[in-house]
Design a protein around this ligand. Sequence first.
Ligand SMILES: *[C@@H]1O[C@H](CO)[C@@H](O)[C@H](O)[C@H]1NC(C)=O
Ligand SMILES: *[C@@H]1O[C@H](CO)[C@@H](O)[C@H](O)[C@H]1NC(C)=O
Ligand SMILES: *[C@@H]1O[C@H](CO)[C@@H](O)[C@H](O)[C@H]1NC(C)=O
Ligand SMILES: *[C@@H]1O[C@H](CO)[C@@H](O)[C@H](O)[C@H]1NC(C)=O
Ligand SMILES: *[C@@H]1O[C@H](CO)[C@@H](O)[C@H](O)[C@H]1NC(C)=O
Ligand SMILES: *[C@@H]1O[C@H](CO)[C@@H](O)[C@H](O)[C@H]1NC(C)=O
Ligand SMILES: *[C@@H]1O[C@H](CO)[C@@H](O)[C@H](O)[C@H]1NC(C)=O
Length: 355
Amino acid sequence: MKMPKKLVFLIIIALISLLIWIYHTSNFDYNSSVLVLKQNNYFRSTLIQPSNTSCNRNPFLVIIITSYVGHVELRSAHRRAMPPDYLASLRVTRIFLLAKIPTNERYITQEAINDENNTYGDILQGSFFENYRNLTHKHLMGLEWASSICKNASFILKVDDDTVFNFNRTYNFLKKLPKGDKNLLMGYVLNNTLPRRNKQNKWYVTFEEYNRNIYPPYLSGWYYIISPKIASVMCEEAMYNTYFWIDDIFVTGLLSESLGLKLKELPKNFWLEYYELLECCLRDMVTKSMKCDYVVGPNGGRNNLIVEFNEAYNNCQARNCTQRPKDHDLKTDCIVGKERAIFSDGQAEVHHINM
Ligand SMILES: *[C@@H]1O[C@H](CO)[C@@H](O)[C@H](O)[C@H]1NC(C)=O
Ligand SMILES: *[C@@H]1O[C@H](CO)[C@@H](O)[C@H](O)[C@H]1NC(C)=O
Ligand SMILES: *[C@@H]1O[C@H](CO)[C@@H](O)[C@H](O)[C@H]1NC(C)=O
Ligand SMILES: *[C@@H]1O[C@H](CO)[C@@H](O)[C@H](O)[C@H]1NC(C)=O
Ligand SMILES: *[C@@H]1O[C@H](CO)[C@@H](O)[C@H](O)[C@H]1NC(C)=O
Ligand SMILES: *[C@@H]1O[C@H](CO)[C@@H](O)[C@H](O)[C@H]1NC(C)=O
Ligand SMILES: *[C@@H]1O[C@H](CO)[C@@H](O)[C@H](O)[C@H]1NC(C)=O
């Protein structure tokens, strides 16, 4: 079979145009990633670093806590729930991730933050302003610090300052994990989350910010575990990705997707999605000497809850609390009143739990 010369010619022209088009589009991508690189660099310059002894003793665990600069009381609650000396005795290091005081903030001064740094040496303050649209910078700043300064640590735990978690159970859980797992990325996996396209929603995202119809699976930023190795690879990868401001989706979703990482699920009995459930679990420990085996939940705006929760658990250990009876499941026994947006996209505010 013989093709007409004209047709061959047309095909060649088409192929050349296609190649030129591919070349131009990839060139465009290249240019935009260079821009992104500059933008993502915010997290590499800091105003305050944790004391240089923080990671001297090859820590077992590094806890990084994102904290709004004005949340002095919440940081104090974390320090009371898990005193620095106690943590040090277990080779655990904890630092708080802060940013610059926003111009409209009237209740906190940089002098107070400097004092806090001088007293505790557990502050890492970025040189970008506090804003929820800057949370990705803050999140990466923490991973970067932990994975470079404490790269010998076995695990990094990322939590928010308003997360309540049981330290004893966290520690014992991590002790049982295989130490050498350099690819560990484990938390509460959120699948099939859709971007909010309604302008009224706090998590409203434009198509320019994110143009796909679904987010990749990601981990709740409340509490997740990551190995220093993966954290460092992610910070590297972040330089070549377009900045996206919803931090847990960007870091544990988009970055781990582009790196082909697998998200592991924490045991189901770790999580209390609602503050009311945590409150109930705490009350039953105190008044009924009934064990509370859940590890993580929201503080519902109660700064001191993390102290009470850990104290009650430790007392319960000493008092030999009883197991919660099978027919008194917490999630059916407790009333959950208000709906809450527990994960950063507000998707998880689903069920009311009835008596
Ligand atoms: C920590 O910093 C002090 C000065 O601020 C310095 O003298 C000391 O050598 C440093 N220690 C380490 C382990 O880097
Ligand atoms: C933070 O505290 C350390 C001592 O722990 C001190 O060396 C450093 O200068 C302090 N930084 C600021 C900005 O105050
Ligand atoms: C994020 O931080 C940068 C650097 O401080 C600042 O210019 C910018 O306004 C902040 N973004 C928001 C949304 O506040
Ligand atoms: C990490 O461990 C290696 C080998 O065990 C050691 O040589 C190095 O000094 C440690 N690094 C830090 C930052 O502790
Ligand atoms: C979420 O998706 C992952 C794979 O992407 C799957 O392994 C996991 O079972 C899913 N979890 C839920 C709760 O659907
Ligand atoms: C934490 O758990 C261990 C058991 O692994 C127990 O021996 C220890 O007393 C607990 N610590 C506190 C403060 O309850
Ligand atoms: C705690 O309870 C277990 C089982 O109910 C029992 O075997 C143990 O002796 C108790 N320990 C104390 C200190 O009461």
